[in-house]
Design a protein around this ligand. Structure first.
Ligand code: SF4
Ligand code: FES
Length: 252
């Protein structure tokens, strides 16, 4: 028996919550072919479920070789960023009903990083850029005898950038990063921002010099792709602009 359409189900004309949805997944297995191919999977699924649930269903019930990363399944670990219907999203935060399941839903690996298998990319260049900006508190002098105090206003200056989960949705949506993987990318700048604007940190100048590099913040073309892609709602482009301004004024 055919499953009801999403329209009928939402209008309450259908008993079953399930619909038939087609997932068009870009598959790549270097042990089989040097070319990636699109493969369709039709599954019965409740559209209130998430794309990650659909991928699990395909992997567990249809094709165990489908390869993707995920861990927390709740938007915290940042491991399941992928391109869904052409847009970078977290599979665990994307409801099927919100991405038009009446049409095939495309799922592919994020761009700009080497695909290892199916939806899994090599994250090493991404994490190297993160490490390069020294994403940890740096202080000089003697250890304090009590905690380092900070006003609420000072904390507010970098509140937004503390929310990053290192999913790479921003960096892999950036056309500058696609064109040459040398650019530090938005995520590394966001994480530099988090410490540059922290009143307790004492290595802001060093981080700014690192980002003053030819592959640093000046490569940003302010396309806002990063801000649109961020599943945490971080104002990524604004953070990049603040780092650029700090480089010019040397005030932060
Ligand atoms: S800034 Fe947003 S999109 Fe970029 S890595 Fe962090 S959480 Fe992901
Ligand atoms: S699985 Fe952890 S963020 Fe999606």
């Amino acid at each position: 028996m055919a499953t009801p359409t999403l329209e009928k189900r939402e209008a309450g004309f259908a008993d079953s919550p399930y619909i038939t949805a087609t997932f068009r997944i870009r598959r790549f297995n270097p042990e089989v072919s040097e070319h990636a191919v699109w493969e369709d999977f039709q599954i019965e699924i409740d559209p209130k479920e998430r794309v990650l649930d659909a991928l699990h269903k395909i992997k567990w019930d249809v094709d165990g070789s489908l390869t993707f990363r995920r861990s927390c399944a709740h938007g915290i670990c940042g491991s399941d960023a992928m391109r869904i219907n052409g847009k970078n999203r977290l599979a665990c935060k994307t409801l099927i009903k919100d991405i038009n399941p009446e049409k095939p839903i495309t799922v592919e690996a994020i761009k700009g990083l080497t695909v290892l298998k199916d939806l899994v990319v090599d994250m090493e260049p991404f994490f190297q850029a993160y490490r390069d900006v020294m994403p940890f508190l740096i202080t000089k002098g003697n250890e304090p005898t009590r905690e380092r105090l900070q006003s609420a206003e000072d904390r507010e200056r970098f509140d937004d950038t503390t929310k990053c989960i290192l999913c790479a949705a921003c960096t892999s949506s950036c056309p500058v990063f696609w064109n040459d993987g040398q650019y530090f990318g938005p995520a590394a700048i966001v994480n530099a921002h988090r410490f540059i604007f922290d009143s307790r940190d004492e290595a802001g100048e060093q981080r700014l010099e690192i980002l003053n590099d030819k592959d640093g913040v000046w490569r940003c073309r302010t396309t806002f792709n990063c801000t649109d892609a961020c599943p945490r709602g971080i104002e990524v482009t604004k953070a990049i602009q603040e780092v650029k301004r700090a480089l010019i004024t040397r005030r932060f």
